[in-house]
Design a protein. Structure first.
Length: 434
């Protein structure tokens, strides 16, 4: 397999990066958050139980787990730009299908099928977008822009989990019909995806073409995978990837049901609109700040110095959910304070995770290797998420969130034995081109 030719003499690397990175990663985040998180809120509001929600929506992670199987096809057929533009349109069609078929009697089965369609297209879009990021930027800019990239990805997630949910809650109150409200919301999401696809079409430069570089020997499909698993310390690296978000992978499935459920069953009794407003206001600000600060400090000091603080920042706020569940504190200040710290910590901590995944993917076939690494990341989200609803129903919300805090511990243990360049991130800035 060969990488497409990079036309750096015609389209220089880093061109218009401040323009296309925000659009590309905002577009990447929208379908992900709608598939894996907003689907949870939607099905909860349509009367589906927590166990079924946890199980079936966690299965939707599978395309992100399996995407390494077709990532070489993205490498060798067409350009990354053509791939992500095509997949973004398919995602839009998937959301349109969900919106149109929600009023049907078999809405759960049919909409899950459309969510699967959107999930496979979104996972393929991720492969192409991440490959485009690595092709279109010099190493020093890859490190510098990791914060901006993470911030706009998370801004998209807050837009989906915040603004679109607020919109759905408003429509619920307006029409008194949750099905109609969510149908209109998903159709609106489809329109948003079409607009973002057009924005990417005009913003993203053409960094590559399909003509392979002369003199390169093609690498076989299986060699791409084999070379990834021959990387130094790959077993520990994958264990770290699988456990980095072990607590969050369960919390993200049950956080919204916890806020939405009634007090008598352990929830906090918030409305759909209130949940969307909380995540869509202070959540946006703190998430953006955390992601930007994370990228800046890594580019300044290197990944090694900040990995432990960022892992702590990602996981410690989970304890606040446990306190809310135990006390059932419904105070808006307590809930917003929890979201503030959780969103800042997530934005800050996720910057280290993404930089480490780029490090793991270094070398030949980095587009495919990055897809493999993020596939393991998705597996680490899918498997615990599938069980989260059952665990919550077994332990209650208070016991569940205490378990979430405990589940963060394995990542800290693996980190003690993990080796990687102390100045990775910083070094790429200082030695780029040498």
């Amino acid at each position: 397999m060969t990488e497409p030719l990079e036309l750096t003499h015609k389209t220089p690397k880093d061109k218009n990066a401040w323009l296309w990175i925000p659009f590309l990663y905002f577009t990447q985040g929208i379908p992900y958050i709608l598939v894996v998180t907003v689907s949870v809120i939607m099905y909860k509001r349509l009367g589906i139980g927590n166990a079924e929600i946890g199980l079936y929506t966690s299965w939707l992670y599978l395309p992100w787990v399996l995407k390494p199987l077709w990532s070489p096809l993205v490498d060798i057929n067409g350009t990354k730009r053509k791939w992500f533009l095509s997949m973004q349109l398919v995602v839009a069609l998937g959301f349109l299908g969900i919106g149109l078929f929600l009023p049907s009697n078999a809405f759960f089965t049919i909409t899950l099928a459309f969510f699967w369609m959107a999930a496979f297209a979104s996972a393929t879009n991720d492969i192409a977008s991440d490959g485009y990021y690595m092709i279109g930027l010099t190493q020093k800019k890859q490190s510098f822009f990791i914060g901006l990239r993470s911030t706009f990805y998370r801004l998209a997630m807050i837009t989906g989990q915040g603004l679109l949910v607020i919109f759905a809650g408003y429509l619920e109150n307006t029409y008194g019909d949750n099905t109609k409200a969510w149908s209109m919301t998903m159709i609106s999401a489809a329109v948003l995806m079409i607009i973002l696809t057009l924005a990417n079409f005009f913003a993203a430069p053409k960094f590559e073409e399909v003509i392979p570089q002369k003199g390169e020997k093609p690498v076989s499909f299986w060699e791409v995978f084999a070379s990834f698993f021959r990387k130094k310390q790959i077993g520990l690296a994958l264990m770290f990837v699988l456990t980095y978000r072990l607590g969050e992978s369960q919390l993200v499935k049950m956080a919204s049901p916890f806020l939405l459920d009634k007090l008598e069953v352990g929830g906090l009794g918030y409305s759909t609109e209130a949940v969307g407003t909380i995540y869509g206001t202070v959540g946006v600000i703190m998430l953006s700040l955390g992601g930007i600060v994370g990228g800046i400090v890594i580019s300044r000091d290197g990944l090694k110095k900040w990995m432990l603080p960022m892992l702590l920042a990602l996981n410690l706020p989970n304890a606040l959910y446990a306190i809310l569940a135990v006390t059932q504190a419904t105070s808006i200040y307590a809930v917003v304070g929890t979201v503030v710290l959780e969103q800042f910590g997530y934005g800050f901590g996720f910057a280290a995770f993404m930089m480490y995944l780029i490090y793991v993917a270094e070398g030949a076939s980095k587009t495919s290797h990055y897809a493999i690494a993020t596939g393991f990341m998705a597996l680490g989200m899918m498997l615990p998420g599938m069980l989260s609803g059952y665990i919550q129903e077994w332990l209650g919300y208070d016991g569940f969130f205490i378990w979430v805090v405990i589940a963060a511990l394995p990542a800290f243990l693996v980190l003690r034995y993990l080796n990687y360049p102390a100045d990775y991130g910083k070094k790429t800035i200082e030695t780029d081109g040498q």
